[in-house]
Design a protein around this ligand. Structure first.
Ligand code: SAH
Length: 245
């Protein structure tokens, strides 16, 4: 209907209001929600990370930008920015924000690095590393978790992350060597294949220790064939399953 035929101000107003509510209000709601999560992230960075000594500005920027709530499924989503680990299904957890930031900082990555992660879980740790490096390769042994993480990462545009369902004890030989390796489940000993796939001068951050006990998070540096080990922090991770029977 041509515009000049709409000659009742009331009906014009009605039309205007319905167009406004269809087009504008959902955006307003979306924007309000984004602001809410953004506020929670800023608080998390200030109260849980900076205040406890995380000082790498690139890591802090990633923690302040990546939407952690998108990686937390179900009812736990509202608690995404709390100071602790949360369930992600299949008996697994997304690590506490401080641990994610601490491990990312300890890895000392640069923009040209290619990184291997063992234990994709939700995909959040991989998403934090994504803007800090060239490529992230991540392996998850629970297939449905690998598939969900891959879908989340794709949907959010983390295009330099490649997810594989498989056993991390074997690493990813086709893509080796890696500049850095991060392991987010705990083996009893450092898997030899992962050491082989670390380049000369590369760094590995890995929790090592028996299941159900406190493990030690260690930094390993490979230089001229030798391995330098630094104990970083006592931690408690889910066990690394799989491996040799
Ligand atoms: N980094 C994850 C949290 C990891 S929880 C995140 O950001 O959400 C540890 C994960 O390691 C679990 O999902 C578990 O299934 C996985 N895992 C355990 N053993 C593994 C193995 N041998 N290879 C690959 N993944 C393994």
């Amino acid at each position: 209907m041509p515009r000049h035929r709409l000659n009742f101000p009331g009906s014009r107003l009605h039309k205007f209001v319905s167009v406004v509510s269809a087009a504008v209000i959902p955006h307003a709601v979306q924007a309000g929600e984004d602001n809410f999560w953004e506020g929670q992230r800023a608080e998390m960075v200030r109260d849980q990370l900076r205040s406890r000594g995380i000082s790498d500005e690139r890591v802090l920027a990633a923690m302040g930008t990546v939407p952690r709530h998108e990686f937390v499924p179900g009812a736990a989503r509202s608690r995404a920015y709390e100071d602790g680990p949360l369930p992600i299904g299949f008996g697994q957890t997304i690590s506490q924000p401080y641990i994610v930031a601490f491990m990312s900082q300890a890895l000392q990555v640069s923009p040209s690095d290619r990184v291997l992660e063992i234990g994709t879980g939700s995909g959040y740790q991989a998403a934090i590393l994504s803007p800090l490096v060239k490529e992230v390769y991540t392996i998850e042994i629970v297939k449905p978790l690998a598939e969900r993480a891959a879908a989340t990462l794709k949907c959010l545009g983390f295009d330099n992350v490649k997810v594989k369902a498989g056993d991390g004890y074997q690493g990813w030989p086709e893509e080796a060597p890696f500049d850095a390796i991060i392991v987010t489940c705990a083996p009893e000993d450092v898997p030899p294949a992962l050491l082989d796939q670390l380049r000369e001068g590369g760094r590995m951050v890995i929790p090592v220790g028996p299941e159900g006990e406190v493990q030690e998070l260690v930094l390993l540096e490979k230089s001229v064939g030798a391995l330098k080990k630094v104990d970083l922090l006592p931690v408690r991770f889910v066990p690394m399953t799989g491996g040799d029977p």
